[in-house]
Design a protein around this ligand. Structure first.
Ligand code: SAM
Ligand code: SF4
Length: 330
């Protein structure tokens, strides 16, 4: 099997695919002070095109696919689509990232029936008012209901918290306690200022080191040594006496570019080799054209792989393009 390999010896075996750029929330860190602007529906990859892309990816050694957005559950037919992906690609490790607000109890039962084993839910505050402030219009309790239902259905749940200075950094211990009392991974994520050009609000940045030192004051943490194969961007810790775990994702203070194994596909079918890369490979036209063979798309993906950069350098050199995470697919 030909695999996607770059010039730094990294293999790409993970696709993050944005199902839509649309979202019912307007998280302050995601839009970064700018208006959310959504693509016309006709520009968004159809479900059939996404299936074709996954199948080509699998030919090239892709083992894991994350479906994200925008908010993936806002797209009509997403649950049925998940069923199709599971049927067609039983060997793919399928994951989802969601804000958790649109899922009802019966949807979660369906997720379980379909065979979804793991899901990431974003939650940045346990305080109703603060939650509404961060998301602009979100309802905390709908997200909490989703999290408890996922736990009940025994679907592995990871909670993503973007830590923001003077907004929710006073809740780090509360989040850690949630991982003590529930069988979930709470993953603290460093805020990334993706605007770079106008330095939207770097004052919000809290380093992984500061987050960890808060937690170490209250809990005994046992670092986990990860298998090379499963090494993701998170550093993980067990909490002594706790049901769940803590994870720290530090894209800025301690980046993990040397282990990066992913391509991102935007909702309109652009392949980005790195969150910070300016160059995109436009796959939509190719996927949409039945006369274009899979072999041609394979060639484009292999070429993109060869040119995958070390993104940290792009970020530091201020050369990255601003794309809110809802656009690029977080
Ligand atoms: N709507 C879904 C959600 O919120 O989980 C999926 C898409 S969202 C863009 C994916 C992840 O990106 C979320 O966990 C979110 O917290 C994270 N994210 C968005 N903007 C970010 C930023 N500026 N810095 C760090 N993480 C960010
Ligand atoms: Fe929507 Fe997720 Fe962005 Fe929040 S982080 S605005 S929920 S896409």
């Amino acid at each position: 099997m030909i695999k996607i390999k770059d010039n730094f010896g990294r293999y790409v075996n993970y696709l993050r695919i944005s199902i839509t750029d649309r979202c019912n929330f307007r998280c302050i860190y995601c839009g970064q002070g700018r208006d959310f602007k959504f693509l016309p529906c006709s520009e968004i990859l159809t479900y059939e095109e996404i299936l074709r892309l996954i199948s080509i990816g699998q030919r090239l050694g892709v083992e894991k696919v994350r479906l994200t957005g925008g908010e993936p559950f806002i797209r009509k037919g997403f649950l049925d689509f998940l069923g199709k992906v599971m049927d067609k690609f039983p060997d793919i490790d399928l994951r989802i990232t969601t804000n958790g607000s649109l899922l009802k109890k019966h949807d979660i039962v369906k997720l379980k029936q379909i065979g979804i084993k793991a899901i990431n839910v974003s939650l940045d505050s346990f305080d109703e008012k603060k939650f509404r402030y961060i998301t602009k219009n979100g309802n905390l309790y709908s997200v909490l209901d989703t999290i408890y239902s996922l736990i009940q259905e025994d679907i592995r749940t990871k909670i993503n918290v973007v830590v923001l200075k003077d907004i929710n950094d006073d809740e780090v211990i509360r989040f850690a306690n949630f991982a003590v009392n529930n069988p979930v991974d709470v993953r603290f994520i460093e805020f990334m200022d993706l605007t770079r050009d106008n330095k939207w609000n770097q004052k919000f940045f809290v380093s992984a080191k500061d987050i960890l030192s808060q937690i170490y004051k209250e809990f005994e943490l046992i670092p986990e040594i990860l298998e090379k194969k499963t090494k993701g961007p998170a550093r993980r810790y067990k909490i002594k006496g706790g049901k769940g775990r803590i994870g720290i994702i530090s894209p800025l203070s301690d980046h993990c570019c040397n282990r990066c194994n992913r391509f991102r596909i935007t909702a309109d079918g652009s392949l980005k080799t790195c969150l910070f890369a300016k160059k995109s490979y436009l796959l939509k036209g190719l996927l949409r054209n039945k006369k274009i063979s899979d072999d041609i798309i394979v060639k484009v993906m292999l070429k993109a792989g060869e040119r995958k950069p070390i993104g940290r350098e792009l970020y530091l050199k201020d050369k990255c393009e601003y794309l809110g995470m809802y656009k690029v697919g977080g």
